[in-house]
Design a protein around this ligand. Structure first.
Ligand code: F6P
Length: 364
């Protein structure tokens, strides 16, 4: 019997989403003669049964485009804002899955999407996920699609900031996305030759950062680039966080509280460095620039590999997994084994060791 599959994209958008939708869709329709339907705006669209036909027409011409043709949202099935209240809409989602006669729902997303997909699996739905996010923090996969593109954008930004920092003898602090992981700041910091890289995995001491900058100035380089992951935190701030707020909770309220508490901390860091070094400091926040635009060749290839592997698994009725990238291969990993886990940068990671060898300061 012809298999019917649904696709949705959830969480923050990421370059390569359209390439992945195309990969799943073209393999499913062209190779396996399945039917494919898209749901708009993540789990909200599935709850509201807002669909988009995905056949040959919609899947053409999207390989190179940024964003997602389906739209996305951060809504969670079990906590969805409806009429001003947070409601558990899981039953409506299960109902629409059944009404659309789906054999499988493919969810393209990051860590939050994995947890939501697992909840739906526990309600008896056949689900499958693909790991996307510019943060590269999905557990179990070598890499997520979107990361390579964002890395290129952040690296180019550091390149551009270098020449102006040099000309004005300034410190330029550049804030890079990554949520609670430092992959993007670390990668762009290494590739762009940042003098200081601050990541959440290595709490920093502002005095150590200032001393590294003063040392450069004494050596005849009165300018510095400080690449800061948005989740980076100083030792002092970490100590000030109450233990209860540091405890990881399922709904991430602890992390949200920490984020609120430290909103604006990169600006504060720039001000502190200016004071401690006597050099002028400027702040650049790259923000959503890192998520926009054309996906890199590497992301297009990765998204196509993962998308087509998803169609292969569905054809074999192999559900309930995330399709992970492993070297040149892909591997299905049970949702139970990956959901709720975060892939952060190990402090002894090879990238960090190499960066230290070339004199990068981590503020520790
Ligand atoms: O997860 C991707 C990401 O871009 C993070 O790096 C960042 O913290 C977050 O999303 C921003 O989310 P939003 O687009 O909802 O502001």
């Amino acid at each position: 019997m012809t298999q019917q599959i649904g696709i949705l994209t959830a969480g923050g958008d990421s370059p390569g989403l359209n390439a992945a939708i195309r990969g799943v869709g073209k393999a499913a329709i062209g190779h396996y003669q399945m039917h494919v339907v898209g749901f708009r705006d993540g789990f909200r669209g599935l709850m509201e049964n807002r669909t988009m036909a995905l056949d040959g027409g919609q899947l053409s011409g999207i390989l190179t485009t940024g964003g997602t043709i389906l739209g996305t949202s951060r809504d969670k099935p079990h906590k969805m804002p409806v009429g001003g209240k947070l409601m558990d809409m899981t039953n409506a989602i299960v109902g629409n899955y059944r009404d659309n006669h789906l054999d499988c729902l493919v969810c393209l997303g990051g860590g939050g999407t994995l947890k939501n997909a697992l909840r739906l699996k526990e309600k008896g739905l056949n689900v499958l996920t693909l790991p996307k996010t510019i943060d590269n923090d999905v557990f179990g996969t070598d890499i997520t699609f979107g990361f390579d593109t964002a890395l290129g954008i952040a690296t180019e930004a550091i390149d551009r900031l270098h020449s102006t920092a040099h000309s004005h003898h300034r410190i330029i602090v550049v804030e890079i996305m990554g949520h609670r992981a430092g992959w993007l700041a670390l990668g762009a910091g290494i590739a762009g030759g940042a003098d200081v890289v601050l990541i959440p995995e290595i709490p920093y001491d502002v005095n150590s950062v200032a001393e590294a900058i003063r040392e450069r100035a004494r050596g005849g380089k009165p300018f510095s680039i400080v690449a800061v992951a948005e989740g980076a935190i100083s030792r002092q701030d970490l100590a000030a966080l109450k233990p209860a707020k540091r405890k990881k909770q399922d709904d991430d309220t602890a992390a949200d509280a920490a984020e609120l508490l430290y909103a604006g901390r990169t600006l504060r860091l720039a001000q502190q460095l200016e004071k401690l070094t006597g050099l002028e400091a400027r702040l650049t926040i790259l923000g959503h620039l890192q998520r926009g635009g054309t996906p890199s060749a590497a992301d297009r290839i990765l998204a196509t590999r993962l998308g087509t592997a998803a169609a292969d698994l569905i054809a074999k009725k192999h559900y309930g997994v995330m399709v992970a990238a492993k070297g040149e291969d892909t591997r299905p990993l049970k949702l139970e084994d990956v959901a709720g886990k975060v892939k952060t940068v190990p402090p002894d990671h090879a990238w960090i060791l190499s960066a230290r060898r070339v004199g990068t300061n981590f503020g520790d």
